[in-house]
Design a protein around this ligand. Structure first.
Ligand SMILES: Cc1cc2nc3c(=O)[nH]c(=O)nc-3n(C[C@H](O)[C@H](O)[C@H](O)COP(=O)(O)OP(=O)(O)OC[C@H]3O[C@@H](n4cnc5c(N)ncnc54)[C@H](O)[C@@H]3O)c2cc1C
Length: 283
């Protein structure tokens, strides 16, 4: 990184949001610097997991359905250009109890957005997936074209491609901006001052720390527990195509992703949120 050089835009945070932001800005011929305190999709970042579900069902929130559909197309394009397939079209099966409003609304939204889906009653689920105990489940909504992204590798792939498009990348911790005027420069923990026309803070759970006055009382990072399970060696009943990635949302959210022979992930987040905690601490 060249000190004193003015950029059109500096993007702070190389998680999935910052990486794609830098990529898109570079595609628009902007001179872009991407900074991250620890590196792209590192282990502390939300984007640093092994795998993430990409799905289209978000109840009545059509904007998420559309964004997700557009972003899947972009991921596929990127992977095709990079010659690396980091998307696994496992299908995503949303499991729901009796009269689930989210599932009902999702069906309508998917229909409006022309996303392929299949709605199954419990009897059909039991027939198709006999390896699963469907107690508490009344219906399932299968998105056959959705699946799982290999998260940290996918973000690294975006950053690699962004570099090819001229983005500069550096590992730097950006200090909290000060002053009430529009930002024209930032400083980093290593003592650099960087000027730019625009700054994009894609700092995820750290945003409240970067802008405490505005965001500390608005952003509450939560902790989610992630467990890894594996069936006995050679048991393929829980892997695609026998079983898609699935999720079940009640008081807690459970999700099961199997992307290839080595990866099994079950996520659990209480009330969809997890308990609040302070970033960079154990509490
Ligand atoms: C366990 C878990 C499971 C999830 N499952 C799914 C899923 O299946 N599907 C799905 O769509 N979403 C899922 N999510 C959500 C998804 O992973 C996040 O929404 C996404 O990764 C957030 O990306 P981000 O770029 O905003 O944040 P992050 O990936 O956290 O990136 C923020 C970056 O900013 C950097 N940064 C912060 N402050 C500074 C600073 N001062 N200077 C320099 N750099 C800084 C950090 O180092 C970090 O790299 C899950 C999240 C978790 C935690």
């Amino acid at each position: 990184m060249s000190q004193g050089k003015a950029f059109d835009a500096v993007v702070i945070g190389a998680g999935v949001f910052g990486a794609w932001t830098a990529w898109h800005l570079a595609k628009r011929k902007q001179r872009v610097l991407l900074l991250d305190a620890y590196g792209a999709a590192h282990s502390r970042a939300s984007s640093g997991g092994e795998s993430r579900i990409i799905r289209m069902s978000y109840g009545p929130d059509e904007i998420y359905t559309r964004w997700s559909r557009n972003s899947l197309a972009q991921w596929k394009e990127l992977f095709a250009a990079a010659g690396e397939n980091l998307f696994h079209q496992t299908g995503v099966l949303w499991l729901a109890g009796e009269n689930d409003p989210t599932l009902r609304e999702s069906v309508k939204t998917l229909g409006r957005c022309e996303v392929k889906y299949e709605l199954m009653e419990r009897a059909e689920l039991e027939k198709r997936y006999p390896q699963v105990n469907f107690a508490d489940i009344a219906q399932g909504l299968l998105e056959p074209e959705s699946g799982a992204l290999l998260a940290r590798r996918a973000v690294a792939c975006v950053v690699q491609d962004a570099l090819r498009h001229g983005v500069e990348f550096a590992i730097e911790h950006v200090n909290q901006p000060t002053g009430a005027k529009a930002l024209s420069q930032i400083t980093t923990a290593s003592g650099r001052t960087i000027s730019a026309g625009q700054f994009v803070f894609a700092c995820g759970a750290w945003l409240g720390k970067v802008f405490p006055e505005i965001l500390k009382s608005r952003i509450f990072p939560t902790r989610q527990e992630v467990f890894f399970f594996g069936p006995p060696s050679g048991d393929a009943r829980f892997a695609p195509p026998e079983l898609p990635t699935w999720l079940f949302q009640a008081d807690d959210v459970y999700a099961w992703i199997r992307t290839h022979n080595r990866e099994w992930l079950a996520q659990r987040a209480r009330n969809g949120r997890g308990s609040t905690w302070r970033v960079d601490s154990q509490r």
